[in-house]
Design a protein around this ligand. Structure first.
Ligand code: BES
Ligand code: ZN
Length: 465
C-alpha cells in the first residue's frame, strides 16, 4: 500500500498545473445558489463536477431535485472494502459587496500572500477548492495507484449556502445507495498553515427574517412624528435589548440544556497555543467581545450567540429624508451549541418578539431554517486512520478542534444515513469566506489533495488496524 500511495503522491505533485486549470474552470462559474438568476450557472457547475468525477474514473451523474441538482458518483469496487462517502458543495455565497473585490470574483487570479501563492475567487475555499482536493486525490488513485483501494461515493450539493432544502429528502430517497461506513466532509479549516485539523464540533443555526409593520404608508416625520408609532424605532429598541450587559442573550429558556465544557476540555484547548491577536488582527480588531469571562475559543466553540445580520427600513439613499417608515425589517440568527433544541429556540425567539409587539404594530416572521449543533465522535478507527494519513503528509498530528460555523449535512448524515462524519478541511482563518477577496492558499490545496490521497490509503488499511 505504501508504494501505491507514493505513486499517487508523485502523480499529484507532477500534475499540479492541470489540477489548477480544473479548479480555475470551476471557479469561473458563478454558482450562487441563493439567487434564482444564477440557477443555470449552478446547473453548469454541477455538470462540470460530474465531468471531473467521471474523468476521475467514477460513475457520475447529475440528479435533479426540486431545487438545485445533486452530483452523485460511485467508484464500484470490492464489496468488502470500506465504503467512504465524500461530501462537498459546489454552490457559493453571493460575491457582494462586489465593489470591494480587488479582482473580479469569478475570474480567479493567482496572487502572492504570506503563505505563498493563493487563488483568489468566490468559492476558492468555500467550497470549490476544498471539494477539488478529494476529487483530485481520487483521480490520482485511479490514474496511478492501480485503482482505488476503497469504495467511494461522492455527493456534491448545490444548495449548502442557501439552507439545503433538497438535501434531507434526497438522502431519505437514496439512503440505500449512499449509506457508507463513514463520511468525509471537506468544508472546514486547518489549525494553521502547517498543522492539519479534524473538526469535531459544529454549531447549529436558527435564522429569522422579521418585519414590523406599523402605519399603512410612509409618513412625514414632522406632520406625524411623536404622535404615532415608528416601526424602525421600535424594532431597533427590541433588537437592542436582546443581550444584557454581560453579553448574555435574554430570551427566555435560551440557555436551557447548554453544557459547560469539561475541565479536561478547557485544559486541552488552553494548550493549543491559540494566537488571539493574530485571530483578531485578521478582522482588523485588537480585542474580543462577547460573554464576559470566556476565552475566544470558548466563545466560538461552546457558546450560543445571537447576531443581527441585516436591518432595513426607511430611507437609506443619499442626503436626508424626514420619514417615518411604514415598516422595518431585520434578519438575525443564533448559533447553537449541543444541548439546545433548535425548534424550541426558534419558538422562544418568536415568543420574545410577540410579547413585545408595540401598540398599533404587527409582525411578519419568516424562518430560514433551523438545525442543531453537531458533535462527532472523537474516537473511532476512521479517525485514527485519518490521523495516520494526515501525519504522513504534514509530519504532525492533526489538532482536534471545534468550529463556530454550521454544516447541516453532518447532522443529516447521522440521522438519515446513520453514519458519522470526519470533518477534514484545509481552509485557513484568513480565507475571507463569505467576504470579498476570498482565497485558498495553494499550499492548502496541494496539501489537501495529498492528504486525501494518504487518508484513502489509511482507510483501506483501517479494517486491519
Ligand atoms: N464552510 C462553511 C462552514 C464553515 C464556516 C466552516 C467557517 C469552517 C469555518 C459553510 O459553507 C457555511 O458557510 N455554512 C453556513 C450554513 C448555513 C447557511 C446553514 C454557515 O455556517 O453560515
Ligand atoms: Zn462551505
Amino acid at each position: 500500500m505504501e508504494d501505491r500511495l507514493q505513486a499517487v503522491l508523485e502523480q499529484l505533485d507532477n500534475t499540479q498545473g492541470a489540477q489548477l486549470d480544473r479548479l480555475d474552470q470551476l471557479l469561473r462559474i458563478p454558482s450562487v445558489s441563493t439567487n434564482p438568476e444564477h440557477s443555470d450557472d449552478v446547473h453548469a457547475a454541477a455538470e462540470l463536477c460530474a465531468q471531473y468525477l467521471s474523468d476521475a474514473g467514477l460513475d457520475a451523474s447529475v440528479r435533479m431535485t426540486s431545487g438545485h441538482p445533486m452530483v452523485v458518483a460511485h467508484s464500484g469496487g470490492d464489496a468488502n472494502a470500506p465504503h467512504i462517502l465524500y461530501y462537498g458543495h459546489y454552490d457559493v455565497q453571493p460575491p457582494d459587496p462586489i465593489e470591494l473585490w480587488e479582482s473580479p470574483p469569478f475570474e480567479p487570479q493567482i496572487k502572492d500572500g504570506p503563505h505563498g501563492q493563493r487563488v483568489v475567487a468566490r468559492g476558492a475555499a468555500d467550497d470549490k477548492g476544498q471539494l477539488m482536493t478529494f476529487v483530485e486525490a481520487i483521480r490520482a488513485w485511479t490514474e496511478s495507484g492501480g485503482g482505488l483501494p476503497v469504495r467511494i461515493t461522492v455527493l456534491l450539493e448545490g444548495e449548502e449556502e442557501s439552507g439545503s432544502p433538497s438535501l434531507d429528502p434526497f438522502l431519505e430517497a437514496h439512503a440505500e445507495e449512499l449509506k457508507p461506513d463513514v463520511c468525509v466532509v471537506s468544508d472546514t479549516g486547518m489549525w494553521d498553515a502547517n498543522t492539519p485539523a479534524i473538526t469535531t464540533t459544529l454549531r447549529g443555526l436558527v435564522y429569522l427574517d422579521v418585519t414590523l409593520h406599523g402605519p399603512s404608508h410612509d409618513l412625514h416625520s414632522g406632520m406625524m412624528g411623536g404622535a404615532v408609532v415608528n416601526p424602525l424605532n421600535e424594532l431597533a429598541a427590541i433588537l437592542g435589548s436582546l443581550h444584557d450587559d454581560q453579553g448574555r442573550i435574554v430570551v427566555e429558556g435560551f440557555y436551557d440544556g447548554v453544557e459547560e465544557p469539561s475541565d479536561e476540555q478547557k485544559s486541552q484547548w488552553s494548550q493549543l497555543d491559540f494566537d488571539e491577536s493574530a485571530f483578531l488582527q485578521e478582522a482588523g480588531l485588537t480585542a474580543s467581545t462577547g460573554e464576559v469571562g470566556r476565552t475566544i475559543l470558548e466563545r466560538l466553540w461552546t457558546r450560543p450567540t445571537l447576531d443581527i445580520n441585516g436591518i432595513t427600513g426607511g430611507y437609506g439613499g443619499p442626503g436626508a429624508k424626514t420619514v417615518i417608515p411604514s415598516h422595518a425589517s431585520a434578519k438575525f440568527s443564533c448559533r447553537l451549541v449541543p444541548g439546545q433544541d433548535p425548534s424550541k429556540i426558534e419558538s422562544a425567539l418568536i415568543e420574545h418578539l410577540q410579547q413585545r409587539t408595540p401598540e398599533q404594530c404587527r409582525w411578519d416572521i419568516e424562518s430560514h431554517g433551523c438545525n442543531p449543533a453537531i458533535q462527532v465522535s472523537d474516537a473511532s478507527r476512521w479517525l485514527d486512520a485519518a490521523q495516520h494519513g494526515l501525519e504522513q503528509i504534514w509530519g504532525r498530528r492533526a489538532i482536534l478542534m471545534g468550529c463556530g460555523g454550521s454544516i447541516p449535512v453532518v447532522g443529516s448524515f447521522q440521522t438519515i444515513l446513520g453514519a458519522e462524519s470526519l470533518l477534514i478541511g484545509f481552509g485557513l482563518d484568513d480565507d475571507r469566506v463569505h467576504s470579498p477577496n476570498e482565497k485558498f492558499d495553494l499550499s492548502c490545496f496541494h496539501g489537501g489533495t495529498r492528504s486525501h490521497a494518504a487518508v484513502i490509503a489509511a482507510f483501506a488499511q483501517a479494517i486491519e488496524r
